[in-house]
Design a protein around this ligand. Sequence first.
Ligand code: ADP
Length: 494
Amino acid sequence: MKYILALDQGTTSSRAIVFDRNGNIAGKAQQEFRQIYPAPGWVEHDPKDILGSQLGVIAEALVRAGASITDVEAMGITNQRETTLVWDAQTGKPICNAIVWQCRRTAGYCDELRQKGYDKLIYLKTGLVADAYFSATKIQWILQNVEGAASLAKSGRLRFGTVDTYLLYNLSGGKIYATDYTNAARTMLFNIHTLKWDDELLSLFGIPRSMLPEVYPSGYMYGSTLSTVLGKSIPVCSVAGDQQAALFCQLCLEKGQIKNTYGTGCFLLMNTGGEAVESKNGLITSLAAGLSERPDYVLEGSVFVGGAAVQWLRDELGLISSAAKSEEVALSVPSSQGVYVVPAFTGLGAPYWDAKARGAIVGLTRGSGRAHIVRAALEGIAYQVADIVRAMELDAGVRVNALRVDGGASANDFLLSFQADILNCNVLRPRVVESTALGAAYLAGLTCGMWEDIDELSSFNPVGRTFTPSISHDERQKLLKGWHAAVAAARGKA
Ligand code: ADP
């Protein structure tokens, strides 16, 4: 039996999953690692922790699969996007901690960029909004603030990488210095139309070209790991950012197909085919994972607080004892009785983009109780997702007829049936909701020839349950009207 090994390097943990020839999980292991908060709003990782935890879980996953490294045919990597590492090519050592995507240290500089009107140039070239989230301003910060960085950069010794690149570099003993289109597209330095690093943006941020890796399709033979690192040299046959790997896993390969991952936040991606759709609703335009030299484009929107609203019900309000309990409590009442929870704890993203909005519970009456609030909070996740789906439909000019879902909170049947009701479309949940790792495995397995084509993959992870809409048009309109009034209240505009 030959296996595909997927490395899934996330923001709070590193995971390794061994998949068999039929796409089944044969073994997996996960290790959390340290989050470093050096100042309010700043988030870092120690590169040693990223590498150590990721290498650490490989052996454990293989043992659980009853396999050894010699049984692994190929490897794939999927990773947290945008997180920025910079190292010295001569020593291989990072010159500072990784600056995590969540880190806001360059937010002030991004405000300046917008004031100077650079946001338009950035959007036209990269499809991104000018935000601290993306790698470019993080690299610039390192060059300007880490001692000796500027002169090392000048002499051509520094290397930048997102997490995938850093893993590839270390797994190959410095031989592979590369990334894929989906990770490159999140740096704010990559032109998604020409598929090249953009010289004008590099000079805007003062970043030398020598600091940037080669860029390849997500499914691609990147090279092989050093035999001393894992005990055998293994070909690395895929690299993809986590959300794009999930989109690939859900086989959203046609224009208009869309997936949502319900995790701490929610991440929606819509495949828009060969067309880079310009968003009028504050969505991001980016690249999809695939095997082609000419990747598809996607529209992406995210909900800042998704499953985190459920954690809030549990930890701050003490209304439920576990996240899973939210479903039972929500179903103990027939409706939320006009109560709305807008979980805008950190502002609202697309399509509102209101950083000043704050959370709100509206519509309370003397009869409102714990169950109504719990139910309204789950509904609040679904409404936010629906707002993004509508924005995507408007931008792409398509009507969505099915939403494919995954992620931890997609286990909640109430949430998904309400999602179907409010969207008026089917919601499809596959059997395996660990889509990021499986997506990386699909890409690697297709590249190394373990699987012939997409058709072969289509039976691997069938739909486990379909949720269909069951409310009337009038009922839906009434609920949505209430939701939009609640959003206005959260924005102080009631
Ligand atoms: P991440 O990858 O962002 O860490 P996961 O995909 O592991 O997230 O999902 C975890 C999130 O899902 C948490 O915010 C948790 O509150 C929520 N969650 C998990 N199970 C349920 C459930 N049954 N109902 C509602 N929310 C859930």
